[in-house]
Ligand binder design. Structure first.
Ligand SMILES: Cc1cc2nc3c(=O)[nH]c(=O)nc-3n(C[C@H](O)[C@H](O)[C@H](O)COP(=O)(O)O)c2cc1C
Length: 154
């Protein structure tokens, strides 16, 4: 279950609200144990942010990734069906949850579970995508990559 507490309600009486929220969001992303990637919604999904957990997981430095497409993480064992499913879901505003084979900078493979969430601007248009990613042990995965039902409640 997603927790019911809305963080904006806790701070809404504070006159520094915008600034506190910005700092909190930045710290949460930077300090997360999971890899976080944010891309633009345009062609190739150019990367605009990755956190240090993402760099540690993949061996890439921030400068290697900014402006590039996440497809640089793909290789010969990447399952095209997963990518087609991902594209179909996120471009209509749905959340994608799946797993894929990714490739580190040194070419080694690892299996990654990830969620991609469309982010809308004030005009309700999808402007960015946010991905939360973690390396997994194949044996511990409880669902198939092509399952459309999310294994958690929203
Ligand atoms: C936020 C985000 C994160 C992504 N992360 C990965 C990833 O880790 N591995 C991967 O193979 N594809 C990932 N993709 C999908 C690739 O970007 C996509 O397959 C590639 O850009 C080709 O897209 P196209 O079919 O539109 O050319 C990600 C996409 C988005 C939007």
């Amino acid at each position: 279950m997603i927790p019911a507490i809305n963080i904006t309600d806790i701070l809404s009486n504070d006159h520094n609200f915008q600034s506190i929220m910005r700092n909190m969001l930045q710290t949460t992303l930077d300090m997360s144990f999971d890899g976080v990637m944010i891309t633009e919604a345009g062609p190739g999904y150019p990367i605009v942010y990755v956190n240090s957990a993402f760099c540690e997981m993949t061996g890439y430095a921030l400068e290697d990734l900014l402006g590039k497409s996440p497809k640089l993480l793909q290789g010969e064992n990447t399952d095209k069906r997963v990518l087609d499913d991902l594209k179909e879901k996120i471009e209509v505003g749905s959340i994608f949850h799946g797993k894929t084979m990714n490739y580190r900078k040194d070419g080694t493979e690892f299996i990654m579970e990830w969620k991609i969430v469309p982010v809308r601007n004030k005009h309700e248009k999808i402007s960015h995508y946010l991905a939360i990613q973690r390396e997994i042990d194949e044996d511990k995965l409880e669902f198939s990559p092509l399952d459309t039902k999310l294994p958690f409640d929203l």
